[in-house]
Design a protein around this ligand. Structure first.
Ligand SMILES: [Zn+2]
Length: 313
């Protein structure tokens, strides 16, 4: 929903980028989005070229609003330091290593910039405006090319010792399973990350040349038995991981975002069944496992919210 705000209200730019797209928006403090921007990231390009694309996106939103925009929040894929200055490594950008993103953006953008991991920003967005409103302890999972995670403990995003906590997709669910891009073996992502999911599905679903997670989810939703089996299996893998998250964190909610999370009951029923088999009943009774609410705007909304909360006044 795009709404208008009064003319003198302060605004923040929220930007969320991944291997494929840059999504950005101009947001008011209450979550109203005035303008949105979408463009291709060009993950195959150099680091410098991606920086330039981010600058272009920010500038496009700034035009005509310079006096009202107080800062820029950015959700970036990869491992990022606590201070939000450096991208240590990023799965979508194979050649990036210790890139000083904040410093490089700051050369062109004369506004405060706040950078955090993209799924952390998504979780902040869902916490402030979406499925986790009013929740103090919750887990977020983002299912896409990779499987991202974020953890809220006692009302705060849990960052860990160096800022990179929450890599829940790389939790091992089978100690001698397939090898993941991160180097681990048998972790959650190596079963349900987009490429791995499609690989699993292509063994079961014949006669569909272009399988994607979205197509598989839609086929399952429309009653295709093989696709439904693949989604139920995906739910079981997720359920194994969620059972551990429940036992470890005792969350109120587990919020699952990404395209396949919108595919109806099959996935969530399978997660719930598996969790019921594995986690402590007392904990399972008190946790809701639900889809995210803000769709692909969650990240940019969390990023913009971070700006308002980091700048007083
Ligand atoms: Zn992994």
């Amino acid at each position: 929903m795009i709404l208008t705000v009064t003319d003198n209200e302060k605004l923040a730019i929220g930007l969320d980028y991944g291997g494929k797209n840059i999504k950005a928006g101009l947001m008011a403090r209450d979550g109203c989005i005035l303008t949105e921007h979408q463009s291709a990231t060009g993950a195959e390009l150099s680091y410098q070229a991606v920086v330039e694309k981010l600058v272009l996106a920010i500038r496009e939103l700034l035009v005509g609003n310079e006096s009202r925009v107080i800062g820029v929040g950015i959700g970036s894929p990869g491992l990022i330091d606590l201070e939000g200055t450096t991208i240590f490594t990023s799965p979508n950008f194979l050649y990036w290593k210790d890139q000083p993103l904040k410093k490089d953006l700051q050369k062109s953008i004369d506004l405060p910039i706040f950078i955090n991991n993209d799924v952390n920003m998504l979780a902040i967005g869902e916490h402030r405006f979406g499925a986790a409103r009013g929740c103090r302890n919750f887990i977020c999972l983002a299912l896409g090319t990779g499987v991202g995670g974020a953890i809220f403990v006692d009302g705060e995003l849990y960052r860990g010792a160096t800022g990179t906590a929450g890599e829940l997709g790389h939790m091992t669910i089978n100690f001698d399973g397939p090898i993941c891009k991160c180097g681990n073996r048998g972790d959650l992502e190596s079963y349900i990350g987009a490429d791995y999911l499609v690989k699993r599905a292509s063994k079961k679903i014949r006669g569909c040349p272009e399988l994607t997670p979205k197509i598989i989810a839609e086929m399952a939703y429309q009653g295709d038995r093989d696709a439904a089996e693949v989604m139920a299996e995906t739910g079981r893998y997720l359920g194994v991981a969620c059972a551990s998250f429940i036992n470890i964190f005792n969350p109120e909610k587990i919020i699952i975002g990404g395209g396949i999370a919108q595919s109806g009951d099959i996935l969530f029923r399978a997660i719930q069944d598996e969790v019921g088999e594995r986690a402590y009943t007392q904990l399972v009774k008190n946790v809701e496992i639900i889809p995210a609410q803000l769709g692909n705007r969650a990240g940019l909304m969390g990023a913009a919210a971070t700006v308002f909360e980091s700048i007083r006044g």
